[in-house]
Design a protein around this ligand. Structure first.
Ligand code: URA
Length: 433
């Protein structure tokens, strides 16, 4: 087989069989196929797409490129969730203790942030002492005894995806449905959970810009999950503005504490409760959505969920006193208010620009080797539909950097003000199961 023939076939929109896809993935992972040929192939996939069977074969080839986690020593149906990536997305921090509160085991593997999107592992490391690397034994013991554990992804999990994703990032080949679906689902399958809830983001801060595209991505991933015997549900959620009011690592921990204490913002709580409801239903705790949603809301009100968050921090070596005293989390030196230059209603907030501004303030990495400032971030004071007067604060930038003009301009440019009030924002668009 020759890679040039595979590129030619895909360029003409022909289907590749399992052996051909295995050849490409194996060859690229072990270095026999160079970056320039893989780039040409990925671009051909972006234009010509892939059939259901090709996407499924690509997913399996990614899974087989590395280790697979064996969670069989954990009792019960192990549930996992994954977000396609957003800004201010602290849903994992909320749903892990919430779902574990009803006794459903959550064995969570999470990533770090890159570019404008944040990562749960970075956020948790804003808590002093929190260990995001656990041995396989510690991970399994914690899930069995406490119903929850979270770790970063191990080095040899889907190495083919890791290498391909890095190439896609620099060759404008990220936003392809079969490529995103196989990348995400391969990691979830290799991580070993029995049931998966996917949070498919749509809007200005997401890879999918239209609900139609998001539905197609969701359907593709659910089909892959079902074909590989994983119960899979996708929830399509709004990413047309940052989720909640806080962006940045320590900031997002503070807001997750608020939601779990019953005091968080409406969008955040609605999305978290919806995702958690499907996780608990797949785990077998509840029969129907309405019961799950109201029982989980009660668990938050009762104080049980926030106690579970303390327990999660404690068992992973972190300082759990931050829950009662969030001011112990890292705080920035400078707080810059970004003001409105006209009056009206907030019509749109470009979530990607807010994510980029937060990254420029030190909350994220421009390159993989950058060191994160956990205190850096943005508080969003005005959200879509809010009335705003000239000179009122739109958002506050938190940073330890003296030079922050570019971040300020980027954040300011993210807000669009109109004379008329826009339609109310929908938090959840659709469920694909
Ligand atoms: N997240 C992933 O893990 N892979 C993609 O391709 C896009 C988002």
């Amino acid at each position: 087989m020759r890679m040039v023939d595979m590129i030619q076939k895909k360029k003409h929109g022909e289907k590749l069989n399992k052996d051909e896809i295995d050849f490409i993935v194996r060859g690229y992972t072990n270095g026999e196929i160079p970056d320039y040929q893989m780039s040409a192939f990925l671009m051909a996939v972006c234009f010509q797409g892939m059939s259901k069977e090709e996407t499924s074969n690509l997913t399996i080839a990614f899974v087989n490129s590395g280790d697979q986690v064996d969670l069989s020593k954990i009792k019960g149906i192990k549930v996992d969730k994954h977000s396609t990536g957003g800004v201010g997305d602290k849903i994992s921090l909320i749903v892990i203790p919430l779902v574990a509160s009803v006794g459903i085991p959550v064995a969570k593997m999470s990533g770090r942030g890159l570019g404008h999107t944040g990562g749960t592992i970075d956020k948790l490391e804003a808590i002093k002492g929190f260990k995001t690397e656990l041995s396989g034994e510690e991970f399994i013991t914690n899930v069995n005894e406490h119903k929850m554990a979270i770790v970063g992804q191990s080095e040899n999990l889907t190495p083919a995806d890791k290498k391909t994703y890095a190439l896609r990032d620099v060759t404008a080949t990220v936003d392809s449905i079969p490529l995103i679906a196989s990348s995400i689902m391969s990691k979830k399958i290799a991580s070993g959970a029995d049931a998966i809830v996917l949070d498919v983001k749509v809007g200005s801060g997401a890879f999918m810009k239209s609900v139609e595209q998001a539905k197609e991505l969701a359907k593709t991933m659910v089909d892959i999950g079902e074909a590989l015997n994983r119960k899979t549900v996708a929830v399509i959620t709004n990413m047309d503005q940052p989720l909640g009011h806080e962006v940045g690592n320590a900031n997002e921990i503070r807001e997750a504490i608020e939601v779990l204490s019953g005091k968080g913002s409406q969008d955040e709580a609605t999305v978290a409760l919806t995702i958690a409801s499907y996780m608990t239903m797949l785990g077998g705790a509840f029969e129907d959505f309405n019961t799950a949603y109201s029982e989980l809301s009660e668990i938050i009100k009762s104080g049980k969920a926030i106690e579970k968050l303390k327990e999660m921090i404690r068992i992973q070596g972190g300082d759990d006193t931050v829950v009662d005293n969030p001011s112990k989390l890292p705080n920035a030196k400078y707080h810059i208010e970004v003001k409105a230059t006209e009056s009206g209603y907030i019509n749109a907030i470009n979530a990607e620009s807010i994510g980029i501004s937060a990254m420029l303030l030190g909350a994220g990495r421009k390159t993989k080797s950058d060191v994160i400032d956990y205190a850096a971030g943005i508080t969003i004071n005005k959200k879509i539909g809010d009335k705003v007067d000239i000179d009122e604060t739109l958002c506050i930038l938190h940073t330890n950097l003296k030079e922050n003009k570019q971040a300020e301009l980027t954040a300011k440019g993210a807000f669009f003000i109109s004379e008329t009030k826009p339609e109310p924002v929908k938090h959840i668009y659709e469920i694909i199961a």
